[in-house]
Write a protein that binds this ligand. Structure first.
Ligand code: PMP
Length: 289
């Protein structure tokens, strides 16, 4: 595999970063997870734009233009023939002193890995996922705003540990006010009648690119789509619940806290949206050429 490292494509074994990189020392950096389908990078511009917003929010200046970075992603996919894959784009603060001061770091590191991912086994796409609400709250928006896709994922890792230790693959995270925020690496949706509901970003959610695409597709399909503050009551009494994410795509949730959601089986709206999303993602994007 060839890795993009600061403007060069280098063999995997040579793709190394310094132990003094603040990305490693402090989780000081930002990232994106992007997918390619059928030789096209899906939503590349949206991912790059979000990366730049995340970087801006932590006062990190990416030493490339958005167009230049988009080209670098395509170049890395081409070099690895990543026609159907998963791309990890990482910008770290770079090498600095052992102290916290980010301004001691001179040059951000830009890393692009074009590989693969399978987040959940196929059977969960067919049968649905069992998830739990966990005690680890999503970061307070004024501590580390979940809209920033930073390299500091310990909040999510702690929630994931709780989920796995209670026999589930994913967690629902609440925000400090007790409202539903999101899953550890995915956004969450509720289907209630003809309505499709998801928490607004101020509730402590990343503004997912899959989330936004699914909302657009749902509007086209005639659903009433709204951002709404949700509580666990709304999850337990929903007709359907599903998660969305670049890696996960659209995955049904059939149990939360061991309670059956709706009929206890993946619902018709979720299955239709999952199909529509996959079709849309498979036929749109920036060509890898
Ligand atoms: N929330 C979190 C915490 C995430 O890490 C992600 C991405 N894995 C998402 C939501 C979904 O975002 P997207 O659809 O842009 O991948």
């Amino acid at each position: 595999m060839k890795i993009y490292l600061n403007g060069k494509l280098v063999p995997e074994k040579d793709a190394k970063v310094s132990v003094f990189d603040h990305g490693l020392l402090y989780g000081d950096g930002v990232f994106e997870g992007i997918r390619s389908y059928n030789g096209r990078v899906f939503m590349l511009g949206e991912h790059i734009a979000r990366l730049f917003r995340s970087a801006k929010a932590i006062d990190l200046k990416i030493p490339m233009t958005q167009a230049g970075l988009a080209k670098a992603v395509v170049r890395t996919c081409l070099a690895n023939r990543t026609l159907n894959g998963y791309i990890r784009l990482v910008v770290t603060r770079g090498v600095g002193s052992l102290g916290l001061n980010p301004y001691s770091c001179v040059k951000p590191q830009i890393i692009i890995i074009a590989g693969n991912i399978q987040l959940y086994p196929k059977k969960h796409y067919d049968d649905g996922l069992s998830i739990v609400t966990v005690g680890t709250l999503r970061n307070h928006t004024e501590s580390l705003n979940p809209q920033i896709k930073s390299l500091n994922y310990l909040n999510n890792v702690l929630a994931k540990i709780e989920a796995i230790n209670s026999g589930c693959m994913e967690a629902v995270m609440l925000n400090p006010q007790g409202f539903v925020a999101e899953a550890t690496g995915d956004n969450i949706f509720v289907v209630r009648g003809n309505s499709l509901l998801t928490p607004p970003s101020w509730c402590g959610t990343l503004e997912g690119i899959t989330r936004n695409t699914v909302m657009d597709l749902a509007i086209e399909a005639g659903l009433a789509v709204r951002e709404e503050v949700l509580t666990r009551y709304d999850l337990y009494t929903a007709d359907e619940v599903f998660l969305t994410g670049t890696a996960a795509e659209v995955i049904p949730v059939v149990k939360i806290d061991r309670r059956s959601i709706g009929s206890g089986k993946p619902g018709a709206v979720t299955r239709q949206l999952a199909r529509t999303y996959h079709q849309y993602a498979s036929s749109h994007g920036t060509p890898i050429q």
